[in-house]
Design a protein around this ligand. Structure first.
Ligand code: BG6
Length: 458
């Protein structure tokens, strides 16, 4: 491409939930902060006209706290609308017309995954795919095989470097900060390995349930919803080797190498749970065995990480909403000061949400005559929750053609490989009480590696 910047943004599913919640605010951010001024074309089958789309955009922005009508108008003035069925060539021909002179349109598919192929094909047939880009939402496939099929299908219409698979965790400032902090400080590298790290924990807790997403969630479950994607990405940021060279794919190459080294989960390393009351959520099948909680124990087969257990836990209706990573260091080899209470190991803690901090746990001497210690945590940084919303960052990158923060085919495949053998009903599902930390069975997974670290509310 001569000009790597997209010169039009098309979003399918323009009248839907994702557009309302994420895409309009992200586009507004790009218009306001980066001067985005290309045509923005919404496509949907809703019997709407342009005015309705503009009203919807304004409503979404007000709902997200944008009060200035002038700013809102800057976005709505760029909007165009095409109404039509995705199975009808006429829809794509109308879109082609709206695209006018645009040569590098970006097509954002905020539609159900079953329509990805149909839309990609419609774009290709109407001549709108050529030199264009495709942004797609998760879930990318339902298992390893269907993800591969989807990749094969999309590859017929778009080259791999024009496909941007969204994982919004990668657009989060604190998730990027993990990799930044690791590689911007040389003191960490010597201890970031099996010699010094005892275990790693990642907890993503949400105090709310599946809300109005019963139907979607009951087809998905926690492993597919957040472990296969968000949490394995966080793990990769935390454990990958530093990128080498100047190649723009260097970061994703290292991430792919790491994820390919993760040993596929087996049923003994997985505990699934379901909160009491889940089955009465609208859209959930009676007798459903879908997990709303999962805890897993992973191993990475590499020289750096061999033998270091990695515990990942995610659940709905837990006591708090918070995501934290803790890297526990090994204890000193001798109890030099003969403390009666065994000292805890040091740690490094990355809090990803809702607030953002990085802490380092160390043991220091308590004031007094005796050589007795206490655990303290230094807070290295505390930051505002989010400087730039993930969708704004990601959409901006896709418009500029920067793929680093997106899933690549081999990365997505490696992520499915990790979870593929434990999807669905391979393991039992235990009940847990809303507001608890999930089923007790999850504790047994730690087996000699301390306790789960439960993130606090703030
Ligand atoms: C989504 C999942 O991908 O991520 C949701 O489908 C989950 O179930 C959400 O709640 C969490 O994202 P965040 O940014 O609120 O941590």
């Amino acid at each position: 491409m001569d000009d790597p910047r997209s010169d039009a943004v098309v979003f399918f599913g323009a009248t839907g939930d994702l557009a309302y919640k994420q895409i309009f605010p992200a586009l507004l951010g790009l218009v306001r902060d980066e001067g985005l001024s290309v045509p923005i074309i919404g496509v949907a089958k809703a019997g709407w006209g342009l005015d309705q789309l503009k009203e919807q955009a304004a409503d979404s922005l007000k709902h997200h706290g944008v009060t200035d009508d002038g700013t809102i108008r800057k976005l709505t003035d760029l909007l165009r609308y095409v109404d039509g069925d995705y199975n009808d060539d006429a829809t794509f021909n109308a879109l082609r017309k709206q695209l006018g002179d645009a040569k590098h349109p970006l097509h954002y598919l905020a539609v159900p995954p079953s329509l990805f192929g149909t839309v990609a094909e419609g774009l290709a047939k109407s001549g709108s795919a050529e030199d264009g880009r495709l942004v797609i939402e998760k879930p990318f496939g339902h298992n390893r095989e269907s993800s591969r099929e989807l990749s094969r299908l999309l590859a017929k219409f778009f080259p791999e470097d024009a496909i941007f698979r969204i994982d919004h965790y990668l657009g989060k400032e604190p998730v990027q900060n993990i990799v930044y902090t690791r590689f911007a400080n040389s003191f960490l590298e010597p201890v970031w390995n099996r010699e010094h790290v005892e275990s790693i924990q990642i907890t993503m807790a949400e105090d709310f349930g599946v809300q109005d997403r019963g139907h979607f969630y009951d087809e998905t479950g926690a492993i597919r919803d957040v472990v296969q994607n968000h949490l394995l990405q966080v793990l990769a940021q935390l454990t990958m080797d530093p990128p080498t060279g100047e190649e723009h794919e260097a970061m994703r190459d290292q991430k792919a190498a790491l994820l390919k080294a993760v040993r596929p989960l087996d049923p003994m390393s997985v505990v699934r749970g379901q909160y009491d009351g889940y089955q009465s959520v609208d859209g959930v099948r009676p007798g459903s065995t879908v997990e709303t909680f999962v805890a897993v124990r992973l191993l990475i087969e590499s020289w750096r990480w061999a033998g270091v257990p990695i515990f990942i836990r995610a659940g709905k209706r837990l006591p708090v909403t918070a995501t934290e990573v803790t890297v526990r260091f090994k204890r000193p080899p001798r109890e030099t000061f003969n403390e009666v209470v065994p000292n805890k190991a040091g740690h490094m803690r990355f809090r990803i949400s809702p607030d953002v901090s990085i802490g380092m746990g160390v043991r220091v001497k308590q004031p007094g005559e005796r050589m007795v210690g206490q655990d303290v945590e230094m807070i290295l940084t505390e930051q505002r929750p989010s400087f730039m919303p993930p969708y704004q960052r990601l959409l901006g990158d896709a418009i500029r053609g920067l793929g680093e923060l997106f899933g690549r085919e081999d990365i997505i495949d490696a992520q499915w490989r990790v979870v593929n053998d434990v999807l669905d009903n391979v393991t039992p599902v235990y009940r847990y009480k809303p507001g608890s930390w999930g089923p007790d069975e999850a504790d047994a997974l730690l087996d000699g590696h301390g306790h789960w670290h439960n993130p606090s509310t703030s």
